[in-house]
Every structure is written in C-alpha cells, then in structure tokens.
Design a binder for this molecule. Sequence first.
Ligand code: F1P
Length: 294
Amino acid sequence: MTQTYVAAEIAAQPECWRKAATLSGSVASALPAKGERVAVVGCGTSWFIAMSYAVLRERAGHGLTDAFAGSEFPETRDYDRIIAISRSGTTTEIISLLEQVPETTTTLITAVPDSPATTLATHVVSLAFADEESVVQTRFATSVLTLLRAHLGEDIEAVARDGERALQVPIDDLLDADQVSFVGLGWAIGLAHEAALKTREAAQFWAEAYPAMDYRHGPIAIAQPGRLVWSLGPAPEGLRGAVEETGAQLIEFDLDPQATLVIAQRFAVAAAERRGLDPDHPRNLTRSVILTAG
Ligand code: F1P
C-alpha cells in the first residue's frame, strides 16, 4: 500500500515537537502569563487539545484555565484571554466566537498564518511547519500541545524521545480488537478523547473515551473478550483487575501520554487500512467545518 499522508505526518511528530518547543520562547508574549484567567477553545481535535492543556496549566499553578468546544463558550464568564486553536483558521464556530469578543485579548494558534481567523485575533501563533495534507489531524494538534507544554516549562526533549519510541512499538496484536475504550487521568483525558476520535475518524472503528476512574461507572458494561481498555498514562489502581475479570484487555505503555497518543494514531491508520479505507479521506469529513446559513 502507498504511504498515506497521515502516516508520514504521524512519523514527523517528534521533530515537530522539538520545533514547537524551540518556537515557544519567541512567541511567549502571545501566550498567557502566569495568573491570567484563560479559556481555551477549539472544535473536534482542537477541543481535546484544549482540554489537556487546561488541566496542565492549572496543575502547574499558572492560573484558572477552562476548555470549551468552540460552540459552547459561556458568554457569562469573564476571562483575561481566550486561546483559540484551529488548524485551518476557517472553522465557523471559532470565527463566530472571535467576532463576538472584540474586547477580550485573544490568541489564535493555527497552521495557516493568513487564514480568516487571523484577522480577528489579537495575537497569532503560526505552526505552519506542522500543517497537514490529511483531513485527520495528528502532528498539528500534538505540536500545539507541545508548544503550550513548553511554555509551562516542561522538558520536551524527554517527550520527543518517548514519541520516537512510540513510533516503534508493535501494534499488530492490538488490531484484532473489535472495540476500544480509551481512558486517562487528569490532562490525559483530553488525549483519550482524541485517541478515540482519531480511531472513529480514520477507521470508522467503534472507540469511546472516559476519565479512567469513571470507566467503572457504566462503560465497563461493554467490556468483553476481544475488546480493549487502553490507558493513556498509567491506569489507576484496581482498573486492570476489573477489566481483566470481564475478559477484556487493559493496554498501558510506559511513555508520556502524548507519546501513547502516537501509538493510538498508528492504530487508527492501521485499522483503516485493514478495513480497506483511506485514512486521509475519512467518510463525511472535510479539513474544516464551514457552516452556511440555511
Ligand atoms: C477542527 C476539526 C477537526 C476534525 C475535522 C473537522 O478543525 O473539527 O478536528 O478532525 O476534520 O475540523 P480546525 O478548527 O482545527 O481547523
């Protein structure tokens, strides 16, 4: 099979992460200062990256940080800054939101530095080097998270090395599964949602996502032999036993959760190929969702 764009984009992630980390210093003035009250918004993949960053920023003591789907920003709240994440810079909900908040400081993080959304934001951070040909997002999304993690002072070289390991992990055994529930704790919950979205988008594969501690509160009812519970980051105590009792398998890797997402992206692409699907052109999806009235 000829190599897909998405496979090449997945493989490029460790290098993109290093570039994003280098960039973080020069764009620091466009990113939130410690203590700012911040809302982070995005749609689809970009929303899940927002969720992960929100948890990381608050946990690092940098200040209140909330994440919202682009359509769900609460007008009743006051923030010092809104960070909008949009690869395309054309997504309708993001454009509408930026139009609605002319008084608020906004930072757009995008792959397209001359996109319509750039004219509406106070600050624009371009990750053009991480733009993608594939409809499904991989390296842009993880590069945004890397940039934001670097801005919080995290060691990105260690993450990039884990990313390189993630590209080598064998996944063939996982591909016989007929369903996957991705789980995570804290900031990895957003990544679990992204792993499940990727698998649905690229492969039309049945995947769900939950906070790991919540998995036993209902979702475990679908666990059975042939199904996986895949933890991004370490699974909480007791979850393995509970999963194995159902005959399902608990999957964990000793890697940064962002690197484990890379394995899930590879799983999504391989599952698509097994099904004879083109993961670069998922059914019913376009690069960005542009809504027209009527
Ligand atoms: C966001 C997005 C993607 C999704 C789909 C439609 O676009 O929702 O996450 O995979 O392709 O667009 P963007 O605002 O980040 O460009």
